[in-house]
Ligand binder design. Structure first.
Ligand code: GLN
Length: 214
């Protein structure tokens, strides 16, 4: 069974913890991570970076001295999943809509655009077709809250996990990707009671653990 940490500096971390706690068959413990020491505990199997506000989250992370340890986690090839703001932090490049610095963890060879769906539709729910999920004939309900989109990817390194189509004839946007140990979703699976994304991540964590030399 796995010990999964959720970065708990800001944002929707308790929702992830709540959902993970329901997956008792696979999850031994879901832990709030606030310090470098907690992150560096060798018994921690995987990490989730929640949604929230990426600029604030990065600021708090820098102040609490956990930014560099987070970068080391990603570089070491350990499993990490970022949702929404968490996805922004994992990206190598983020286009911002407001002025001001944006410190990133990085690691994911993508460019994201924050708040991409603009002022007219800040939040929406869309049915997504996600082939990698268990029971994938059933659409996954994607909850988008001031969500980013993935504008461009390095196709040699990054694979697309899901796209959203916002209405007939409109453009499709990439909203979930995977690159090695990194999973990123622009939407919030922790705000639904559909646990398939979390179960997919758990499978991924096991696959990564079995292919990474100890
Ligand atoms: N708009 C937020 C940001 O730019 C992300 C929103 C979210 O995590 N729900 O950081």
């Amino acid at each position: 069974k796995l010990r999964i940490g959720v970065l708990a500096l800001q944002g929707a971390f308790s929702e992830h913890i709540h959902l993970l706690n329901k997956l008792k068959a696979d999850v031994a413990e879901a832990i709030q991570i606030r310090t470098k020491e907690q992150l560096q505990d060798p018994s921690l199997d995987a990490l989730i970076l929640p949604g929230g506000e990426s600029t604030t989250m990065a600021l708090v992370a820098e102040r609490s001295g956990i930014m560099e340890p987070l970068r080391e986690w990603v570089k070491a090839g350990k499993p990490v999943w970022g949702t929404c703001a968490g996805m922004i932090l994992l990206s190598n490049t983020a286009h911002r809509t407001k002025k001001g610095g944006q410190t990133l963890i990085g690691g994911l060879d993508v460019t994201v655009k924050r708040n991409a769906f603009g002022a007219q539709v800040d939040s929406f729910v869309a049915d997504l077709s996600v082939p990698v999920l268990p029971d994938n004939e059933r659409p996954f309900s994607g909850v988008f809250i001031r969500a980013p989109i993935i504008e461009s990817i390095d196709p040699e390194k990054v694979s697309v996990v899901a796209r959203v189509n916002k209405g007939i004839g409109e453009e499709e946007y990439v909203v979930a990707v995977r690159q090695g140990n990194i999973l990123a979703t622009a939407f919030h699976p922790e705000l639904t009671d559909d646990d398939r994304f979390h179960r997919y991540y758990i499978d991924l964590v096991r696959t990564i653990a079995s292919t990474t030399p100890a």
